[in-house]
Ligand binder design. Structure first.
Ligand SMILES: [Zn+2]
Ligand SMILES: [Zn+2]
Ligand SMILES: [Zn+2]
Ligand SMILES: [Zn+2]
Length: 342
C-alpha cells in the first residue's frame, strides 16, 4: 500500500505501481468514477480528486457518504482492497466490504482523509434546521455539545416506554405535561414546574434493606425546575438488584451540553441523623443517565445511607418513608464535587 499512500494528492493517475492501473481524464466528469470500479485499490479515490473542481458541493460530499450508515467518512477512513470506502464505525462492525463482499482488511484511505481535511461538512442536524458547515475537526464537538437543533429524547423513554418521541427544547415540558401527566401527579400532586433557583422537595422513596438481595426493583422520580430563564430536569433513581443497591440524582438542563456547563447545583439531604451536601456540575438532557452514573458524576448513595436520612410523612392516612432533599442551582464558579457528611 505504500505506493498508494505516497501518491501526491493532486498528481495525475499514471498507472504506475501495483494499485494504479488506469489513467483518468481530468475533464471526464463524475461518470468516470464508475468506470474505475474494477481497477486497483486507490483508483476510485484518485479519480475523485481529479474531478473535484467539476463537482458541486453536494456531489463532492456524496463521495464521502459511508455506504452503510450514510454518515460522512471522516478520519480514520478505511477501504477494501477494491477501493470501496467505509467509515471507521462501520468498519469495526463488519468483516466484509458491503459493496463487493471482499474481506475488509486494515487498509486506510489516506487520500480521502486528506481531501476531507480541505472541505467543510454539514452538521448532522441539517435536516432539523442547522445550516452550519464545519471542518471535520469541529464537527463532532459541535454536534455533541453545541448544536441547538439536536432533538431531545423523552426523560421517560425507558420508564414509560416512550422511545419514539423526540423534540426541540421548547416542546419538552409540553410533552411531559401531555403524555406523562400521571407520573407528575403521582410524584408531586400537580403538574407545574418548581420555580426559582432554590428547590426544596420531598421525594417519596422506598428505603429497602441493603441485605434484601432478592428484592429487585428500580424507579425514577422526576421534577422540573425553572430558573435563569432555563428549565432543568431533576431525577432521582433507585436501582436494586443482586449487583447494586444505589440511589443517584441527576440535574440536567433542557439545552445543549455547552449551555449546561455554565451551571452547577448543590443538593442537601437532611434527616433525623444529620445532613449531607453534594455539589456537582449540571448536565444536559442530551447526556445519558447511564453514562453520568457510570462516570460517578452525580450524587450516589446506597440504602444504608438512605436509611440514615429517612424521614416519614403521612400520605392519604398512611406513613411513607421520604427523603428531604433541597436542590440549589447556581451559575458555575468553583468548588465542584465537594461532598461532606455532617
Ligand atoms: Zn458507516
Ligand atoms: Zn469493496
Ligand atoms: Zn448543528
Ligand atoms: Zn415521553
Amino acid at each position: 500500500m505504500t505506493s498508494c499512500e505516497a501518491t501526491s494528492l493532486y498528481s495525475p493517475v499514471t498507472g504506475s505501481g501495483d494499485c494504479l492501473t488506469r489513467s483518468v481524464s481530468p475533464d471526464s466528469g463524475p461518470s468516470t468514477l464508475d468506470s474505475t470500479a474494477d481497477v486497483g485499490c486507490c483508483s476510485r479515490v484518485e479519480a475523485s480528486v481529479q474531478t473535484l473542481s467539476l463537482l458541486s458541493t453536494q456531489e463532492l460530499l456524496s463521495l464521502f457518504e459511508c455506504p452503510v450508515c450514510y454518515e460522512y467518512i471522516l478520519p480514520p477512513a478505511y477501504q477494501c482492497c477494491q477501493g470501496h470506502a467505509i467509515c471507521h464505525g462501520c468498519k469495526r462492525k463488519l468483516s466484509h466490504c458491503p459493496s463487493c463482499r471482499e474481506e475488509l482488511g486494515n487498509i486506510r484511505c489516506l487520500v480521502m482523509e486528506k481531501v476531507g481535511d480541505t472541505i467543510q461538512f454539514p452538521c448532522k442536524y441539517a435536516l432539523q434546521g442547522c445550516g452550519l458547515m464545519l471542518h471535520r475537526s469541529r464537527k463532532t464537538t459541535h454536534e455533541l455539545e453545541e448544536c441547538e437543533y439536536k432533538l431531545f429524547e423523552c426523560p421517560y423513554k425507558f420508564i414509560d416506554n416512550c422511545l419514539e418521541w423526540s423534540g426541540r427544547a421548547d416542546k419538552v415540558v409540553e410533552h411531559l405535561m401531555l403524555v406523562h401527566a400521571e407520573n407528575f401527579k403521582r410524584e408531586h400532586g400537580n403538574l407545574k414546574p418548581f420555580e426559582g433557583p432554590v428547590f426544596p422537595l420531598v421525594a417519596y422513596v422506598q428505603v429497602i434493606d441493603y441485605q434484601a438481595e432478592n428484592n429487585t426493583t428500580s424507579w425514577m422520580w422526576t421534577a422540573l425546575q425553572t430558573c435563569y430563564n432555563a428549565i432543568f430536569v431533576v431525577n432521582i433513581y433507585y436501582v436494586h438488584n443482586s449487583l447494586i443497591n444505589v440511589h443517584f440524582v441527576t440535574v440536567r438542563l433542557v439545552d445543549t451540553v455547552d449551555a449546561a456547563k455554565k451551571f452547577q447545583y448543590e443538593i442537601r439531604l437532611e434527616g433525623p441523623n444529620g445532613e449531607l451536601s453534594y455539589r456537582g456540575r449540571c448536565h444536559s438532557l442530551h447526556e445519558e443517565v447511564k453514562e453520568i452514573y457510570e462516570n460517578r458524576d452525580c450524587l450516589q448513595f446506597d440504602s444504608v445511607t438512605a436509611a440514615k436520612f429517612k424521614a416519614e410523612t403521612t400520605v392519604d392516612g398512611a406513613r411513607q418513608p421520604v427523603l428531604n432533599l433541597s436542590i440549589k442551582i447556581l451559575p458555575l464558579d468553583s468548588g465542584l464535587h465537594e461532598i461532606e457528611a455532617l
